[in-house]
Ligand binder design. Structure first.
Ligand SMILES: [Zn+2]
Length: 451
């Protein structure tokens, strides 16, 4: 892919946000009357606004609400054979009923491939059958259908109705009403915004697929991933919640320690859970270490800023210097004047052994059986929990890293080198290598500490 291609794709992705979608609606309103499929009249300029729901009922509701706010009604074509949602599922069915409540219509998105349709005569009975089902399931009348993944054969079926439903791909539509669509989540033909702004078509059918329209710009594949991933998380959560509601054990879930992690890191825990369930234990082990270390670094930074009174510039320079590797757990123990075994109820030697395993795994040097990794994961999460309890009970603690003004630090003079002085005074206790410290001090101008 060339650089200019890449930029073009990025720009195109920015078109597919709900904010842009709202803009499309307001541009369309300026030049067109929004009408429904059963009330077509060529006396005035009109637009038929249609959604083929291929990927997401949840995104459909988002767009349905937006349209409602803009005073617009459209038609949502749903597919009973869709792999991405199930119309009979309680939550999804409720969404569709909510869309109807908002004043929108529902059409059938007919998947002919499901039946292996070979001739036009089969269409009538199958479409009639499906529209009956759909009406039963959602309690509203179905008047119109569109083909899902239309093949050349289906596009040659051009009668105005099949099975009593209006055919969106009939000869009538093709010859009298212009058409544009968001096709594959990028502009294959005309860009909808350009078509609406030009308003040169008097009668227009616009097709969108709700899954393509997201809160933030994403590539088409990211947008579909988001639809699938949200559904998968929802289904997994339903399983966990049901066991909890009925007081059953959830065998195979990441231990008691893990529920602490879930509370602490929120949605990131889903990713760890996912890796765990896929058997990617090395990934889980390394990720949890990373979270643990950022917890350590944050609590130390807070101490240097709030208690020692070091300037933000100095703290950043020292923490980010490539010349000095601070053994963070030693720094932590020194500032809080405590011991590892007191805080974590385990020995510092154990800690160093598990840390060494982490380093080996990061560098791809170590094979480790699942059982041992499990033990290590439980160990490090329990360390995190103890550390958290210790920090929270410490009178000098802050719950999280905050901005300077929030903790009253705007007045601190820079250049006092309080942190640096502290480092020199405590280097033996922390266990910083003398040579390393000297090298760091010799180069301190490079780390913006000269004065
Ligand atoms: Zn489709």
């Amino acid at each position: 892919m060339t650089e200019s291609n890449h930029i073009q794709i990025k720009l195109m992705n920015q078109d597919f946000t709900v904010e842009q979608y709202r803009e499309l609606l307001s541009i369309a309103k300026r030049s067109y009357q929004f009408i429904s499929y059963d009330k077509i009249s060529f006396e005035q300029r009109f637009i038929l606004w249609r959604h083929d729901v291929d990927y997401s009922m949840n995104r459909s509701l988002r767009l349905a609400e937006l349209e409602y706010e803009e005073g617009i009604r459209s038609t949502f074509f749903v597919n009973p054979h869709c792999e991405f949602y199930n119309l009979l599922e309680k939550g999804q069915n409720k969404i569709l009923r909510r869309i109807i409540e908002l004043g929108h219509s529902v059409g059938l998105h007919f998947d002919a491939e499901y039946y292996g349709v070979k001739s036009e005569t089969e269409l009538d009975s199958l479409i009639e059958l499906e529209s009956k089902y759909l009406q039963e399931w959602i309690g509203t009348q179905i008047k119109v259908f569109s083909f899902h993944n239309p093949t050349p054969f289906l596009l040659s079926c051009e009668k105005e109705t099949y099975g009593g439903l209006i055919n969106c791909y009939s000869n009538f539509f093709k010859s009298s009403i212009s058409y544009c669509s968001d096709s594959n989540g990028y502009w294959r033909f005309r860009r909808i915004k350009d078509v609406l702004e030009a308003a040169s078509d008097s009668f227009l059918q616009v097709l969108t697929h709700p899954g393509w329209w997201q809160e933030k710009p994403m590539t088409p594949r990211e947008r579909i991933f988001r639809c699938v991933d949200s559904r998968a998380s929802f289904v997994m959560r339903s399983y966990d919640d049901a066991l909890m509601t009925h007081g059953r054990s959830n065998l195979g879930e990441l231990t008691v320690e893990f529920s602490f992690l879930k509370q602490k890191i929120g949605k990131k825990a889903d990713l760890i859970d996912y890796q765990w369930m896929r058997g990617e234990f090395i990934g889980v082990y390394i990720d949890i270490w990373r979270i643990f270390e950022s917890q350590l670094v944050k609590s130390c930074r807070i101490w240097f800023r709030k208690i020692l009174g070091s300037s933000l510039e100095e703290v950043n320079s020292i923490f980010q210097s490539s010349l000095l590797t601070l053994p963070m757990h030693r720094v932590f123990l020194t500032i809080y004047q405590s011991t590892w075994s007191y805080i974590t109820k385990s020995s510092e030697e154990d800690f160093l052994t598990w840390q060494k395993l982490r380093d080996d795994l990061v560098h791809g040097l170590h094979y480790c059986p699942k059982e041992k990794l499990e033990e290590g994961i439980i160990y490090i999460v329990s360390v995190m929990r103890h550390l958290s309890e210790f920090i929270e009970s410490s009178p000098t603690s802050l719950p999280r890293l905050q901005n300077n003004h929030e903790i009253g630090l705007t007045e601190i003079e820079s250049g006092e080198h309080l942190f640096l002085k502290w480092l020199i005074d405590n280097s033996v206790e922390i266990g910083i290598d003398d040579e390393m410290l000297k090298e760091f001090l010799n180069n301190k101008s490079k780390v913006r500490l000269s004065n």
